[in-house]
Design a protein around this ligand. Structure first.
Ligand code: LLP
Length: 427
């Protein structure tokens, strides 16, 4: 990010020109930043440790072009639905590098995954294991699986994105793993390779990962004593990013080194071979590669209370402030060198009082037509977007050292009614 003549440049692209050319709201993704993060994964994890792999959790931001970038950068892909899998396969993402997650995969989704030859299915519960046993024998196709465990630990994050408590919809209760493993081993086409946990998202330290790791290692010892070898341990994602001044920017190694150190000492203490370790960062890779450009519209001042500045998007393109009270940083992209004035509140344009993007932020004097840039919107914004209030979804443009490429078109009004059908008697 740089500033020239009062204008914000993102990956050397003039944000005002991007907004003019592609319209607003506009999601801008920096390919250079995606490459920088992928290089960090390569240097500080993949090449630093033996027998490790990294996959990108595509639910954070998925698109055909993104799949191409992730594959080019040498990462695998985590998908959680038939739709995500379809997109990955459409982008010619190598099936063997895909990991399929989800707590309620349907018969059709599992069939699609097994027929495509995905690398791993992370089985979430006993009922799914039954379904897979049935499917693999009907199809006579093999499948590699991991068991997702519920480690039963607390993660210090928003309750909606904490996933490791004992009372969670995700994963096998720990005590059921030995029998599930034994069952899987009896199924001729199921190849049980190991375990998976994911403790939660936007974590600012490794406490939860390390607690879950200890639980998983205890289980691995138990299975080892029963004569079962665990070849792989997938430790999920959850690495937090810096959204505002109060968050800390943590490099990948701050998360992964403590995990790898704990594994090393465990292996030498127990004499059990360390399993292959897999990580699944989503947010960490894409959040700060993204920003959203909005055009400022109406504003109003409530004397003695606050000033509202409204923009042309909101909940439909970023539900995170309303859903998780998520905080973001923003600037006026065409007044980068102007002095800051009183704090204002940025409102979205939806008919919801909760559609507030940022509360109490200091910006320069702002008026209709200015361009607001909200930082850190690469993760879980576009992927959670909706057409609430029938706002067409924004376009997405990929920028790289001054070059811009449209990677998703803006929805049109006709897209909004594309699936509507009027029954004959109403015509
Ligand atoms: N692996 C599994 C199995 C997951 O369920 C997730 C995220 C990840 C990896 C990637 O987690 P990350 O590295 O991105 O934290 N919509 C929420 C986040 C939900 C995360 C769901 N699972 C938000 O906007 O904060």
């Amino acid at each position: 990010m740089t500033i020239t003549d009062n204008i914000l440049y993102f990956d050397a692209c003039n944000t005002n020109e991007l907004a003019e050319q592609y319209g607003t709201p506009l999601i801008v993704l920096s390919e250079s930043e995606l490459i920088r993060k992928s290089n960090e994964i390569r240097d500080d994890f993949l090449e630093k440790y033996d027998n490790v792999r990294a996959v990108y959790a595509s639910k954070a931001f998925l698109n055909t072009a993104i799949c191409k970038i992730i594959n080019r950068e040498g990462l695998g892909l985590d998908v959680v639905s038939g739709g995500e899998l379809y997109t990955a396969l459409h982008a010619q993402f190598p099936a063997e590098k895909i990991i399929f997650h989800g707590n309620n995969k349907s018969y059709a989704e599992l069939k699609m995954a097994i027929e495509a030859g995905v690398g791993r299915i992370v089985v979430d519960n006993a009922s799914e294991l039954d379904l897979i046993a049935h499917l693999t024998s009907a199809l006579n196709l093999p499948v590699n699986i991991l068991f997702r465990i519920t480690p039963g630990i607390h993660s210090d994050t928003h309750a909606y994105i904490a996933t490791a408590d004992k009372d969670s919809k995700f994963g096998f209760p720990l005590e059921t793993i030995p029998s599930a493993y034994a069952l899987a081993e009896k199924s001729p086409n199921i190849i049980p390779l190991g375990l998976h946990f994911h403790v939660g998202s936007q974590l600012q330290n490794t406490t939860a990962h390390l607690s879950a790791l200890d639980v998983a290692l205890g289980l691995i010892e138990q299975l080892h004593d029963m004569g079962t070898r665990v070849f792989e341990l997938n430790t999920g994602g959850g690495y937090g990013v810096k959204y505002t001044e109060t968050d800390t920017e943590m490099p990948l190694r701050d998360f992964t080194d403590p995990i790898m150190a704990r594994l090393k000492s465990w292996a030498s203490k127990t004499g059990i071979d360390r399993p292959q370790i897999i990580i699944e960062p989503g947010r960490w890779l894409v959040a700060n590669a993204g920003l959203t450009l909005y055009r400022v519209g109406a504003s109003k001042h409530i004397p003695g209370i606050r000033t509202y500045i409204s923009v042309d998007g909101g909940i439909p393109d970023n539900i995170r402030p309303a859903l998780y009270t998520a905080k973001y940083r923003a600037v006026i992209a065409n007044k980068m060198q102007a002095p800051l004035s009183e704090a204002v509140t940025i409102a979205g344009k939806c008919c919801e009082s909760g559609d507030i993007l940022i509360k109490d932020i200091r910006l320069p004097q702002t008026r209709r037509g200015d361009l607001l840039a909200v930082f850190g919107t690469g993760a879980y914004t576009e992927s959670m977007s909706s057409n609430y209030n029938y706002l067409p979804r924004p376009a997405v443009v990929l920028v790289n050292q001054g070059h811009a490429s449209l990677i998703r078109t803006r929805e049109s009004y006709s897209d909004l009614i594309r699936r509507d059908i009027v029954p004959k008697y109403l015509e």
